[in-house]
Design a binder for this molecule. Structure first.
Ligand SMILES: *Cc1c(COP(=O)(O)O)cnc(C)c1O
Length: 412
């Protein structure tokens, strides 16, 4: 008899996006005319094509694969030096942040990395997760057997939930029980919030005092407009001893369908084995990558490197400003409608309080029925997301303008 990993049975059946799909289908069948003008502001996927500099580098690399002299087989498991060095120089050194090229691990996605990182961490860790949250952090801990069953509000036994609401500006307070691993994501999906240098410094102090590790997801770093907002956890003194940072080319350069990301593990970062002996995490992650991964493809790493050439930088800045322009239009329309609006200034997500404490799924239905616009109900991201909804700024300009117009016509 063969057995499954029974932890998978504890997962809630991919509730959020399937439920949105079900409601949108039902709406489309009963209102075919309204469905014809449906605009989706739900899923956080980019809409604009890859930067031309990336396309050019991508084509050139594919041509190299066509010749015996320039053909590439297996690449280095941790990533090609040309990309690791470009990242170290442009994302870190040039901003005065101390991260070496050999502390950068190139991969095919920040989703995979934030999930796979559990491979090198012990099962005895107490895990703290913000609420609302990007569901990957939670589900991968369920799969790894780090939780009990979910209760009626969808919260898992054994997880330390850190509520993020308007009251704490969507940056959590320290938990009552000591956490060994803490997931933080700023700029945040879904709330669009950022953390100040002081707030991050407080979390770094917490981690150092408690020998905890911060898993810092900075996938939306490129959307930061405010010069005071930290772009990397390593801007904080001491973070090299307690934090792993995840970055991605998905949102800044539109690589969601192309797949390239990277993770930073500083050489100083360590944790204990069951006997209390310290071990560096850099070496463990290098071993994990070499054993379970054979590298991101050469053409894709070439395309990602083009993000850092002069044309690439200008084109990525153009994409970011396109999406942030949408965010401004949507923010202003929601604010003018009298709604309480958060995010959307340093992140491509707008997080809105539902009027009169209406449940977020009721607001979802209302916006769908009255405006033919698909938003994301906050409750789908966790219990503390109830009472909010998310609008994504990943769209064409004309769609963003149309959604802004329709939001202003809703009788909230
Ligand atoms: C989109 C997103 C990522 C990026 O994931 P990829 O696998 O690199 O596409 C990571 N974290 C969060 C919170 C995201 O929303």
């Amino acid at each position: 008899m063969a057995y499954i990993n029974g932890n998978y049975l504890k997962l809630q059946a991919g509730y959020l996006f399937p439920e949105i799909g079900r409601r949108v289908n039902e709406f489309s069948q009963t209102n075919p005319d309204a469905a014809a003008r449906l605009i989706r502001c739900g899923i956080g996927d980019v809409t604009e094509p890859l930067p031309p500099a990336c396309i050019e580098a991508f084509h050139e690399a594919i041509d190299e694969m066509a010749n015996r002299e320039t053909f590439k087989g297996y690449g280095p498991e941790l990533g090609y030096d040309f990309l690791r060095e470009a990242i170290a120089e442009n994302d870190f050194s040039s901003r005065g942040i101390n991260v070496d090229a050999n502390e950068i691990f190139v991969s095919d996605g920040a989703k995979c990395d934030t999930a796979n990182i559990l491979d090198i961490l012990g099962h005895q860790n107490r895990i703290a997760i913000t609420d609302p949250v990007y569901p990957v952090y939670l589900d991968t801990n369920v799969m790894a057997g780090h939780t009990g069953e979910a209760n009626d509000s969808g919260q898992y036994e054994g997880i330390i939930y850190l509520p993020c609401t308007a009251e704490n500006n969507f940056v959590p307070a320290f938990p009552g029980t000591k956490a060994d691993v803490i997931y933080l994501c700023y700029p945040n999906n879904p709330t669009g919030a950022t953390a100040t240098k002081e707030q991050l410094a407080n979390w770094v102090s917490y981690a150092k005092e408690n020998d905890s590790i911060i898993l810092y997801d900075a996938a939306y770093e490129a959307f930061i407009q405010d010069a005071e907002v930290p772009r990397s956890i390593y801007e904080i003194d001491g973070a090299r001893e307690c934090a792993i940072e995840f970055r991605s080319f998905s949102k800044n350069a539109g690589f969601t369908g192309t797949r390239c990301a990277f993770t930073v593990i500083p050489k100083e970062l360590s944790a204990n084995d069951a006997e209390g002996n310290e071990h560096g995490l850099h070496g463990l992650w290098a071993r994990r990558m070499a054993t379970k991964f054979n590298g991101t493809s050469y053409p894709i790493q070439k395309a990602a490197t083009a993000v850092y050439c002069n044309e690439g930088k200008a084109q990525v800045a153009g994409l970011v400003s396109h999406y942030m322009g949408n965010a401004k239009i949507l923010r202003e329309a929601a604010t003018a409608s009298g709604l309480e609006v958060y995010g959307g200034t340093n992140a491509p997500y707008i997080w809105i309080k539902t009027p009169n404490s209406t449940p977020s799924w009721d607001i979802f239905d209302k916006v769908l029925n009255e405006a033919s616009v698909v938003i994301t109900p906050g409750a789908g991201f966790g219990a503390a997301g109830e009472g909010y909804f998310r609008i994504s700024a990943f769209n064409s300009r004309s769609n963003a303008e149309e959604v802004a117009q329709r939001l202003s016509e809703i009788n909230w």
